[in-house]
Design a binder for this molecule. Structure first.
Ligand code: ADP
Length: 478
């Protein structure tokens, strides 16, 4: 059963694209807004602190020279400083060098001693600020110095920074609106993009569906993006290959059926004619039985050839490789074929240039030589000759089977290695054969990583050149 989950929307390209687009839209927003808000807060605090320090410095002289720092009464300064503190919604304190509060705009802590790190540092000349995140107050401490430059106290101004929070709230609400707009836009873009991306995919998938259901045998043109166009082209190539394989399989099956049927039909005709006539002389019985025997031989040969082919065709079919003395093997095969050659009055000559030992599958290699020499004898004329030569270099050994027989018509040369192909159909029957010999030969040579080539001229003869590596190297299984 197919895993349905794989086909759910969550696993679709469109959905994944949509998520990526939405994230691309939102993540920068989520990252940038908090950074911007923090920066706004930091800049506001720093600017306000600088302004407060500048303002405090303006009052330095008035506070020091008027003796205000020593606790003297000055209602004008009281009012002015109180007005400043009120305008900041804050508080203003003056601390003398003995760290005692001499003025307080709230008038509650005068006379008390304050020990705070920032005040102590300001007493040494530093202008400092501190922001208290809990109370939202900015506290600025500025040294007060007399005309000699001596520090005589510190002016402390507290300012409420509540307005920052109010502004941040406003920014946040604008941010929220922005987020809603960005999310909406991202979703719209994501939907459009997913439609754009998935449409050609859908078209391709429908096309493949049509092929699976056999409504069509080609994918429609998918004009979209390059990668998908490439995939669709490759699909079409694969489909064509599969169709070619299917066609050749069908041809093969129909050829096999035809070839197997022919001897059976002949036997049936022979048997029927014997059964149908009365008082058949014994000689005729004998003659017909010999013919039936021949047809049985032919049927057996076809079946044997087919079995050899099927065995070699099986994917993963292995060679039974061993070191074989090729000279001896060829001589042995020729000895077996000698009676056929003599019967047809054909001279068979074997010429070996050197002794050769090669790694081959003896049974399959025997089929190669037997088929080639048998053909050279079969497709020959009385008084003809067959030359077999054997040679090698450091990498390959070469076998040449040459005859001065019938030759192969030019238009047939490309097909003689095909299964059941027979060049001279008119003589085929009397010469015998199945049309499978060269297909077997070619397969066996290919399994040895070798090559076979043919040159032929009608009426003059044919030459088959075989080249096989001396050492067998097993191809990697894929
Ligand atoms: P067959 O059983 O018919 O011999 P093969 O596959 O061995 O089948 O050969 C295919 C065809 O190639 C033969 O029918 C024949 O027409 C042609 N052929 C093969 N070898 C020769 C040759 N030496 N000379 C001429 N024709 C040949």
């Amino acid at each position: 059963m197919e895993n349905k989950n794989r086909f759910s929307v969550l696993h679709s390209l469109g959905f994944k694209n949509a998520i990526i687009i939405i994230l691309i839209g939102i993540i920068p927003f989520l990252v940038c807004v908090p950074i911007y808000l923090r920066a706004y807060k930091a800049v506001s605090i720093r600017t306000d602190a600088a302004n407060l320090m500048a303002q405090a410095a303006q009052y330095n002289n008035q506070i020091v020279t008027s003796g205000y720092i020593l606790g003297e009464h000055n209602s004008l300064l009281d009012t002015e400083l109180k007005a400043i503190a009120d305008s900041y919604n804050g508080r203003l304190l003056i601390v003398n060098s003995g760290l005692t509060i001499v003025k307080d705009s709230f008038s509650v802590d005068v006379g008390k001693t304050v020990i705070w790190d920032n005040i102590i540092r300001s007493m040494q000349g530093e202008s400092l600020y501190y922001y208290d995140d809990n109370t939202k107050y900015l506290i600025v401490s500025v040294p007060l110095s007399n005309s000699d430059g001596k520090i005589v106290g510190t002016l402390i101004i507290n300012k409420s920074m509540e307005y920052i929070n109010q502004n941040l709230d406003i920014f946040a609400s604008y941010g929220l609106i922005g987020a809603v707009i960005i999310i909406s836009l991202s979703v719209i873009v994501a939907i459009l993009a997913s439609l754009h991306f998935s449409k050609p995919m859908k078209k391709m998938s429908d096309g493949l569906d049509a092929i699976i259901r056999e409504y069509s045998n080609e994918l429609p043109d998918v004009k979209s993006y390059r990668e998908l166009e490439e995939v669709s082209e490759k699909f079409n190539e694969v489909i064509k290959k599969l169709q070619a394989i299917d066609q050749s399989r069908q041809e093969f099956v129909s050829n096999v059926s035809h070839e197997l049927k022919t001897p059976l039909t002949s036997m049936k005709v022979l048997a029927d004619s014997l059964n149908g006539s009365e008082d058949v002389p014994i000689e005729m019985y004998r003659e017909f039985m010999v013919d039936i025997g021949d047809e049985i031989d032919r049927e057996t040969k076809i079946i044997n050839d087919l079995l050899s082919l099927v065995r070699m065709d099986k994917s993963g079919a292995k060679l039974n490789v061993s070191a074989v003395n090729i000279n001896e093997l060829i001589e042995h095969i020729l000895k077996r074929l000698k009676p056929i050659a003599e019967k047809a009055d054909i001279e068979v000559v074997f010429e070996s240039f050197r002794p050769i030992v090669a790694e081959v599958d003896e049974v399959k290699f025997t089929l190669v030589i037997t088929n080639l020499v048998e053909n050279a004898i079969k497709y020959n004329e009385e008084g003809g000759w067959v030359h077999i030569s054997l040679n090698s270099d450091h990498q390959f050994f070469y076998i040449k089977v040459e005859d001065n027989g019938l030759g192969i018509p030019e238009e047939s040369v490309d097909y003689i290695f095909d299964r059941f192909y027979r060049a001279d159909k008119s003589h085929s029957r009397e010469i015998g054969g199945t049309g499978l010999g060269l297909a077997i030969t070619k397969n066996a040579i290919a399994m040895h990583n070798g090559e076979i080539k043919v040159r032929s001229k009608l009426g003059e003869g044919s030459t088959f050149d075989v080249r096989i590596p001396l050492n067998y190297i097993e191809k990697e299984a894929h």
